[in-house]
Design a protein around this ligand. Structure first.
Ligand SMILES: Nc1ncnc2c1ncn2[C@@H]1O[C@H](COP(=O)(O)OP(=O)(O)O)[C@@H](O)[C@H]1O
Ligand SMILES: [Mg+2]
Length: 257
């Protein structure tokens, strides 16, 4: 269980997140929705500890995430794996090596630097790639793959970390509709089949409706919606985005484009 209480983050005078409290039981697929600047990325970064909170607390399975340091912090970062809009792969390295980077927190630094992976590690990376339908790309340079394939490589790398939580920050914002669908289906599969909790920032309410069981709506750093996806009515949507529901949808779509 992920428990976030009264979490706040201020950048200078900008209140990026304002006293947000949520609890996420294991195995949920949560869409985090809201306009650009609403605080979605800040929320995920706070959970992963890429950003330190101004106040409030984060705990996971009873462990206070906010206090972790050193090795324990590195371990938490791999348990709460991030997926970014821009994939963050090493473009010139092959796909298998990119995936092996995900195993790195458990590998001694010297071996990591020299990229010396054991047979067992390489086999696991290949198995993860196989599971995501990418094993035939294992020895291709990452940059030669389509955007959707690269994002799936990033998901494979995240799976190498044996995550409890996937924090996906607009994972499909750079993809065409077909690739976006394949990536969202992949996230759904790892959620359903592996039971990994997914928190996914999305611009499009439509996508949230298709894949998430629960939505969290942020507006100017404040939590303005938290409920089952079925409760995300037009009225709720306009509360999150402002304006009329129709405007909100088209705003969300144009921001995603
Ligand atoms: N590192 C930062 N320094 C200063 N301001 C930031 C920083 N990160 C985010 N912000 C500000 O915090 C607010 C929320 O940003 P963000 O979490 O990126 O929103 P979203 O992901 O919903 O678009 C925005 O006003 C943004 O400009
Ligand atoms: Mg963002």
């Amino acid at each position: 269980m992920l428990e976030i209480s009264n979490l706040a983050k201020q950048f200078g005078t900008m209140q990026a997140l304002d006293s947000v409290s949520i609890q996420v039981p294991p195995g949920q697929f949560v869409a985090v929705v809201g306009c650009s600047g609403a605080g979605k990325s800040t929320l995920l970064r706070l959970i992963n500890r890429l950003v330190e909170p101004t106040s409030g607390a984060i705990s996971f399975d009873g462990q206070n995430v906010s206090l972790l340091k050193g090795h324990q912090l590195r371990e938490w970062r791999s348990r709460a794996a991030m997926i970014f809009q821009g994939y963050n792969l090493s473009p010139r390295l092959d796909v298998l090596t990119n995936v092996l980077v995900g195993a790195s927190t458990s590998i001694p630094q010297a071996r990591r630097l020299l990229r010396l992976y054991t047979k067992a590690e390489r086999l696991r990376a290949a198995a993860v790639l196989d599971d995501l339908g990418l094993v035939e790309k294992a020895f291709e340079r990452a940059e030669r793959l389509s955007g959707g394939q690269q994002q799936r490589v990033a998901i494979a790398r995240a799976l190498m970390q044996k995550p409890k939580l996937i924090l996906a920050d607009e994972p499909i914002a750079s993809l065409d509709p077909l690739n976006a669908r394949v990536v969202m289906e992949t996230l759904r599969r790892i959620n359903v089949e592996l039971g990994i909790t997914v928190l996914c920032n999305l611009h499009s309410i439509e996508t949230a409706r298709m894949y998430a069981s629960r939505a969290i709506g942020l507006r100017q750093g404040r939590l303005v919606f938290d409920g089952p996806i079925s409760a995300l009515t037009d009225e709720a949507t306009s509360e999150i985005y402002g304006g009329t529901p129709a405007e909100a949808e088209s705003d969300a779509l144009s921001e995603a484009a």
